[in-house]
Design a protein around this ligand. Structure first.
Ligand SMILES: O[C@@H](CN1CCOCC1)Cn1nccc1-c1ccc(OC(F)F)c(OC2CCCC2)c1
Ligand SMILES: [Zn+2]
Length: 344
């Protein structure tokens, strides 16, 4: 067909080919990729991974031009004006997921359909994100919070948005799948994106620990997942870990993501201030606490999750854990001295 090699037209095919040759590396530079793909990081990432690298489109009779048209619409519905929750984040989570699912310890465990569902879920998991938190949407009685009754508001919206476009004939790339496959694919994508809701983090982590423990004991160290729930739990853990993987990346990349999320939080704080609401944690640009917040985020959320993933994927993920510890030290060593309380 006449589809461009990388799904989108690029200026510099050699630079693009060089980047694509690094697509299986953990420290892949998504910011550079966004530039080289002429601001189509998600369309090109999805096409390269699903078509060129994994040949999954052919496996499920997906028409490539229709799939590309659909991904252009998804990419256009990520807000370019969001400092963090934009199409580059979607492409980042998808590429990170592609790396983890390529490790032999999990590669044999999951079916092609499960891999396809995890990669697609990663690509669409934050589509039409408003750059505001679930808490903010509920506090301001946003129409989405009313629609989803304050439960996983953003995550439900990302899913509904992605699947609504799939209803349009000229975007329906799944028409070539048989009904049973399409039904299971949809169920898995829903379960995976709903698991990126941070309020589910602790219960997801606890369930993954239990599953990894029982599986490794029952099968002397080999990861064997029997039920749909066990398989989904591990896939949910992989997608959720990729969604909050920034602190496990090389420091320059991590710092770039941190600057972006902080600016997005500050913009929410600006709106809360204008509305006379209490400012959400870490959203007050007049009282910055970046270093301390990152160390807390790593200690209480990111490290426990990635240590569990490191057990599950052993001996893989050690690179992520060592980068995570280095990155923690970077911010820990920069926590400003607390102003001495003047006892005068
Ligand atoms: O907001 C986070 C969850 N909160 C829950 C309440 O306690 C603090 C953490 C997760 N989350 N959700 C959406 C985006 C992100 C999120 C993703 C990458 C983040 O940092 C860096 F790695 F880029 C990140 O950092 C914030 C600011 C400092 C610490 C947390 C946040
Ligand atoms: Zn996300």
């Amino acid at each position: 067909g006449n589809l461009p090699k990388f799904g989108v037209e690029v200026e510099d095919e050699d630079a693009m080919s060089l980047m694509v040759s690094q697509i299986n590396t953990w420290n892949f530079d998504l910011f550079k990729f966004a530039v080289i793909s002429k601001d189509h990081p998600l369309v090109s990432m999805a096409y390269v991974i699903l078509q060129s690298e994994r040949n999954l489109l052919r496996s499920y009779n997906v028409d490539p031009p229709t799939f590309i048209k659909y991904m252009f619409v998804i990419e256009a519905n990520y807000h370019k004006t969001n400092p963090y929750h934009n199409a580059t984040h979607g492409a980042d989570v998808m590429q990170s997921c592609h790396v983890l699912l390529g490790y032999s310890v999990v590669e044999q465990v999951f079916t092609d359909l499960e891999v396809f569902a995890a990669l697609f879920a990663s690509a669409i998991h934050d589509v039409d994100h408003p750059g505001l938190s679930n808490q903010f949407l509920s506090n301001t009685s946003n129409e989405l919070a009313i629609l989803y009754n304050d439960h996983a508001v953003l995550e439900n919206h990302h899913l509904a948005t992605a699947f609504k476009f799939l209803q349009e004939d000229e975007l329906n790339w799944a028409s070539g799948m048989d009904d049973k496959q399409r039904q299971l694919f949809r169920k898995m994508v829903i379960d995976l994106v709903l698991a990126t809701d941070m309020s589910k983090h602790l219960s997801l982590l606890a369930d993954i620990k239990t599953t990894v423990e029982s599986s490794k004991v029952a099968h002397n160290g080999k990861l064997v997942l029997e039920s749909y729930n066990e398989r989904m739990l591990v896939l949910q853990g992989i997608v959720h870990s990729c969604d909050i993987s920034s602190a496990t990346k090389a420091l320059p990349i991590y710092k770039a993501w941190t600057e972006r999320i902080i600016e997005e939080f500050y913009q929410q704080g600006d709106r809360e201030r204008d509305l006379g609401l209490n400012l959400s944690p870490m959203c007050d640009r007049q009282n910055p606490s970046i270093e301390k917040s990152q160390v807390g985020f790593i200690d209480f959320i990111v490290l426990p999750l990635w240590e569990t993933l490191g057990e599950l994927m052993f001996p893989y993920c050690q690179e992520m854990l060592s980068q995570l510890n280095e990155n923690r030290m970077y911010y820990f060593s920069r926590i400003p001295e607390s102003p001495r309380c003047s006892i005068t």
